[in-house]
Ligand binder design. Structure first.
Ligand code: ASP
Length: 323
């Protein structure tokens, strides 16, 4: 397949669709394949503004997409005021802050950690899994032991504010996540560097007051994040279970490979969740870029927004939504 793709791109052609009606028939269309090389960073929610600023600083200095992605989301992981990522994240039902994160570089390499406790920068542990081990994903105690072996330090991630929120929740202990309202929001960040290479990272404390041991979409390659440097990247936020069941980020990148724009691909990703039913009480937001620097975003409900940075610009954009 990759030979066929390189052959097509040498010809300046790309596959734009293989529909059910045209099964077996490949439609070809001339398309400008030149990658965007000015620098582009996209990330979910308003904490994306400081994250994008850091990622863009690295890109403007000639840094790689993967370094920019890691350093960008670290800004949010380290902010104790944010209650959805890293330190200060809302804990699970048992009062434990458990973190999920992953990273993908421009060569198709990936690293991930899930159900990780007491470590400030899960994305950097995921990076070490990618760079230093033959594995993709480490979980729980094993991930923590690996982090400590790699020189990461133990950090108490439960802030007074998040502990108080948990104690308040315990009074009723109702498991009813309302994602936009709780502002319980993952950061998924995509980067396109000045060499025209794409990478991404995704990090979260997951759903507030989740069951102990619950892992969401964010650390799962293909669900919370997927990058293919020939095509583009996608990331997800919202109710992870729905993203996992449709492998949303992988789906969006594959649709872009078939010729969908990032916007069309995000819309189709959301439609797959709608098609599964039970979508009215959950929020999902998808964000994507392609190699040409085009952007797409789509959510189930209004309220999802994202930060977009290009040289000299870093702004919030409201995503369109299905409902
Ligand atoms: N996707 C995350 C999860 O399910 C939560 C979020 O993005 O708000 O863990």
């Amino acid at each position: 397949m990759s030979n066929r793709r390189s052959f097509l791109s040498q010809l300046g052609l790309s596959i734009i669709g293989i529909g059910a009606a045209g099964a077996g028939r490949v439609l070809l269309k001339t398309k400008n394949q030149a990658p965007y090389k000015k620098g582009l960073v996209l990330s979910t929610w308003s904490h994306g503004i400081p994250a994008n600023a850091e990622a863009m600083r690295i890109i403007e200095q000639g840094g790689t997409a993967v370094d920019a992605a890691e350093m960008g989301v670290r800004v949010v992981e380290a902010d104790p005021e944010g209650q959805s990522v890293g330190i200060g994240g809302l804990p699970d039902r048992d009062g434990k802050v458990t973190l999920d994160a992953c990273i993908m570089d421009s060569n198709g390499n990936a690293g991930s950690v899930c159900f990780l406790q007491d470590i400030l920068h899960p994305v950097s542990v995921a990076r070490k899994v990618m760079d230093e081990t033959p594995h993709v994903m480490l979980s729980g105690e094993g991930a923590k032991r690996f982090a400590l072996d790699q020189g990461f330090e133990l950090t108490d991630l439960l802030t007074e504010r998040s502990k108080k929120a948990w104690e308040d929740w315990l009074k009723e202990a109702q498991y009813k996540p309302i994602i936009n309202i709780e502002n319980h929001d993952t950061i998924g960040l995509l980067t396109l560097d000045k060499a025209g290479n794409i990478a991404g990272a995704c990090t979260t404390s997951g759903l507030a007051f989740k069951m102990h041991g619950r892992v969401g979409d964010s650390p799962v390659i293909g669900a919370g994040l997927f990058v293919d440097n020939e095509i583009g990247g996608a990331t997800a936020t919202g109710m992870g279970e729905a993203v996992l069941k449709t492998l949303g980020s992988f789906l969006i990148v594959e649709l872009m490979r078939q010729g969908y724009s990032p916007q069309e691909a995000c819309e189709e990703g959301v439609r797959r969740i709608v098609a599964q039913g039970n979508y009215k009480d959950i929020q999902i937001g998808y964000l994507a870029m392609n190699k040409q620097g085009e952007v797409g975003a789509y959510a189930l409900h209004p309220g999802f927004n994202y930060a977009e940075a290009r040289p000299g610009m870093n702004r919030m954009v409201d995503s369109p939504s299905f409902l």
